[in-house]
Design a protein around this ligand. Structure first.
Ligand SMILES: O=C(O)C(=O)C[C@]1(C(=O)O)C=C[C@@H](O)C=C1
Length: 284
């Protein structure tokens, strides 16, 4: 089985992919859309992509690609702790404050704003396609005095020094990842446990009328279906037009969730199910 992940080796997505698919062939792709396309085009069987971070919120490119570009079911979700470190070329370790640029994935930069403002004030930040891509750039450009924000595995993988560890602004820094596949893939996580089940639905409200969202939420509420997340994303058809992505803390059943969906459709909403899947929390 082939598994696509946001590469290169040693991204946070790679760490999760190693946990979820320890015995499978893992193939790095440069961007999140590339990973999702690889599954759609059947180059690979399954992919792991980031969805949401505790400090920075949703990974919009993942959500938008799922909503607008492809039709691929979510088959699992994994939440993992994220520890960001400032990595430099070993020759720069003792003078890391002299770096002229900080490279990383935009989400990683956003998780370290306080550190960057306090310890590297005025040093420009530049977006990379992933944290590991930033780390790889440093070892490939030893003449440039730049730093990367990335994880411990990236330091090891690319032979970099950790100049400052744990630079994320808040201790509780976790990212949720989703696993997507057209197939019924067996999940064999090694060190993580199933915490429960979720069903994710995408709802479009009928027209801009008062109480529409209240009615949608009521359909879940009176069935005692607990919602763990509701998020709106632009439909990209005009200002004020939004989809709602709703996570229900239940496995798809034969009565309650189909009943709620039927009620929403009777109200004029359109509803599609993005997946019904187990969710895992990493132990370490
Ligand atoms: O760049 C990486 O290492 C990724 O796996 C991407 C990503 C993200 O998109 O949020 C994953 C986890 C962290 O929150 C930072 C970056």
């Amino acid at each position: 089985m082939k598994v696509a992940f946001l590469g290169p080796r040693a991204t946070f997505t790679d760490l999760v992919t190693r946990e979820m698919f320890p015995h499978e062939e893992r193939i790095p792709y440069a961007t999140i859309p590339d990973c999702l396309d690889a599954v759609m085009e059947e180059e690979v069987d399954v992919t792991v992509v980031p969805l949401e971070n505790t400090l920075e919120g949703s990974v919009n490119i993942t959500l938008d690609y799922l909503i607008h570009e492809i039709n691929l079911p979510i088959i699992a979700e994994v939440t993992t702790p994220v520890k960001q470190h400032l990595l430099v070329h070993p020759s720069v370790k003792e003078r890391w404050q002299e770096v002229t640029k900080v490279l990383s994935h935009p989400h990683a930069i956003a998780q370290c704003h306080k550190f960057l403002h306090g310890s590297l004030k005025g040093v420009p930040c530049e977006n990379a396609t992933s944290t590991a891509a930033a780390a790889k750039y440093i070892i490939e450009h030893p003449d440039e005095t730049v730093a990367a924000i990335a994880n411990q595995l990236a330091a090891k993988e690319y032979g970099l020094a950790i100049a400052k560890d744990n630079i994320h602004d808040y201790d509780f820094n976790h990212t949720r990842f989703i696993v997507l596949s057209k197939k019924n893939i067996p999940l064999q996580p090694s060190t993580i446990e199933v915490k429960g089940y979720k069903t994710t639905v995408m709802v479009t409200l009928p027209t801009d009328r008062s109480g529409a969202l209240h009615q949608v939420l009521s359909a879940f509420a009176w069935r005692k279906l607990n919602l763990s997340k509701i998020e709106s994303r632009p439909m990209k058809t005009g200002l004020g037009n939004y989809f709602f992505i709703i996570d229900i803390e239940e496995k798809m059943d034969e009565v309650l969730i189909p009943g709620a969906i039927a009620e929403l459709e009777a109200l004029g909403c359109s509803v599609s199910v993005l997946g019904s899947y187990p969710y895992f929390h990493e132990i370490r």
